[in-house]
Design a protein around this ligand. Structure first.
Ligand code: SAH
Ligand code: SF4
Ligand code: F3S
Length: 452
């Protein structure tokens, strides 16, 4: 009998990648994914805890699942990801309808824990271990699990893939829950990463994004390699793989951004001119409170250097408004930074208290209304700048990797990761490359025609 599973993913690309692994592990024990949670025998919530809102979403969905479970006691509910890591014991205690809770480094155990329950050997499953500083990296957690065609979703070939190059984070930014939920920083061995990318290329993948919470510090901790390789070195080796068309990475703490890495943007053709470099605040005082370990001046200097190496580089960032202690003047400095850099895009958030973080202990919290006003102002200005940035493409020709063609409309992305629409016929396939002359720029995308 076929069993149906439904996987809901919250949060970042690390979780997207982990969900892909979960989907494949479940496929190996006979589950196929369904689109409707109500049709599922097994519901997996891969959760995010970065802000309070993200966590609340999980609890609200768990609430909705309670009647489903009452109707169908055989249904299984698994909670994975960062909320599971953070709240594991509490979840098991307070949510009797949750069957299994696995932490961020324990997703591999889902099938085994499920089967133990089905066989009646255990009633519920809980696995929260995180590797510590001195432990041997758990290789098996990174075993390349590759699905060139998605298990159930569609027959479209996959042309873009994420590859996790490291887990955890050692930075302890004052506001951030990730070091607690993802554990210590561990770099995967170079050889494993190269093998995984190679395998993806052989299955038709054209674009790879290397993933880590702070890829810039790749190789600094616990790397098992004959010769230590830093992130720039890794990029060079991945870029050299035959058949790879586009290479990206995310995400980077500016404090660890080396000259050598910036030079890669000038030297590696496949490395896309697109850089997500979260700055968080434009005030040195706030950056210090955040424990970010760089200054606005050093950030701006890096922006200049990056642009000198690759004038067409598109920069994106993350901003937190209303960190405890952020004054009106501090916020104005963030607005000034926005004017100076003119980011192509940004993700901006209201500061949110997270359990166990240093910022949550600070006393000078900012009023919600003030945070909302600051956020709205930042976002309005960013939207205007983003549009102006997009308009800079009008009249240029961009190379687009086709992602979909539907009813005469083609879409794909250019090297700077902008979405580009163009009229196309069905002979174009995902993964094809076309030159598009850009005629129009909107807030969220560009539009043009294929240049013969
Ligand atoms: N490793 C990345 C960030 C990962 S978290 C880096 O160092 O830049 C993604 C983003 O969520 C962060 O860049 C930050 O802007 C935001 N974020 C993290 N903790 C937050 C909190 N407590 N409140 C609001 N936003 C937060
Ligand atoms: Fe969080 Fe800072 Fe680590 Fe990014 S670098 S994941 S913001 S602690
Ligand atoms: Fe969220 Fe965990 Fe990613 S907290 S942003 S899912 S590392």
């Amino acid at each position: 009998m076929t069993k149906h599973c439904f996987i809901k993913t919250y949060g970042c690309q690390m979780n997207d990648r982990d969900s892909e692994i979960i989907e494949q592990l479940l496929a190996q024990i006979g589950y196929i994914t369904v689109a409707d949670m109500n049709d599922a025998d097994l519901v997996v919530l891969n959760t995010c805890s970065i802000r309070a809102k993200a966590e609340q979403k999980v609890y609200s969905l768990l609430g909705q699942l309670r009647p489903n479970k009452e109707r169908n006691p055989k249904m299984r509910i698994v909670v994975a990801g960062c909320v599971a890591q953070q709240e594991g014991n509490k979840l098991i205690r307070k949510m009797p309808h949750v069957d299994i809770v696995v932490g961020t480094q324990q997703v591999y155990r889902i099938p085994e824990l499920l089967e133990a329950i089905e066989r009646g050997e255990s009633k519920r499953g809980l696995a929260l271990d995180l590797s510590s500083d001195f432990e041997i990296p758990p290789y098996q957690q990174f075993a390349p699990v590759v699905s060139p065609t998605p298990v159930n979703k569609s027959t479209e070939p996959q042309i873009k893939k994420f590859v996790t190059i490291m887990q955890g984070c050692n930075n302890y930014c004052s506001y951030c829950v990730v070091p607690a939920t993802r554990g210590r920083e561990i770099s995967r061995p170079v050889r494993d990463i190269l093998e995984e990318v190679q395998l993806l290329i052989s299955k038709g993948v054209k674009e790879v994004t290397l993933l880590g919470q702070n890829v810039n510090s790749y190789g600094k901790t616990n790397q098992v390699a004959e010769e230590p390789v830093d992130f720039a070195g890794l990029l060079r080796q991945v870029a050299a793989l035959e058949g790879l068309k586009r290479l990206r990475f995310t995400t980077s703490n500016p404090k660890d951004l080396s000259e050598e890495l910036m030079r890669c943007f000038a030297e590696l053709d496949v490395l896309c001119p697109h850089f997500h470099l979260p700055v968080q605040s434009g005030s040195n005082r706030v950056l210090k409170l955040m424990n970010r370990k760089y200054t606005v001046e050093s950030y701006l200097e890096k922006v200049d250097t990056l642009r000198s190496y690759r004038p067409d580089i598109a920069l994106a960032t993350d901003i937190i408004v209303g960190h405890p202690g952020e004054t009106d003047e501090d916020f104005e400095e963030t607005m000034e930074l926005l004017e100076k850099v003119r980011f192509h895009g940004s993700f901006s958030f209201k500061y949110s208290d997270r359990p166990g973080t240093r910022s949550s202990e600070f006393s000078d919290k900012i009023d919600e209304k003030v945070k909302s006003t600051r956020l709205a102002r930042f976002q309005k200005r960013q939207d205007e700048i983003g549009l102006e940035r997009n308009q800079e493409f009008v009249g240029t020709v961009v190379e687009v990797m086709v992602e979909k063609v539907e009813n005469g409309d083609g879409r794909g992305r250019n090297p700077t990761n902008h979405l580009v629409h163009f009229p196309a016929n069905d002979t174009l396939r995902p993964g094809d490359f076309v030159s598009v002359a850009v005629e129009h720029a909107g807030k969220h995308s560009l539009r043009g025609i294929i240049k013969k």
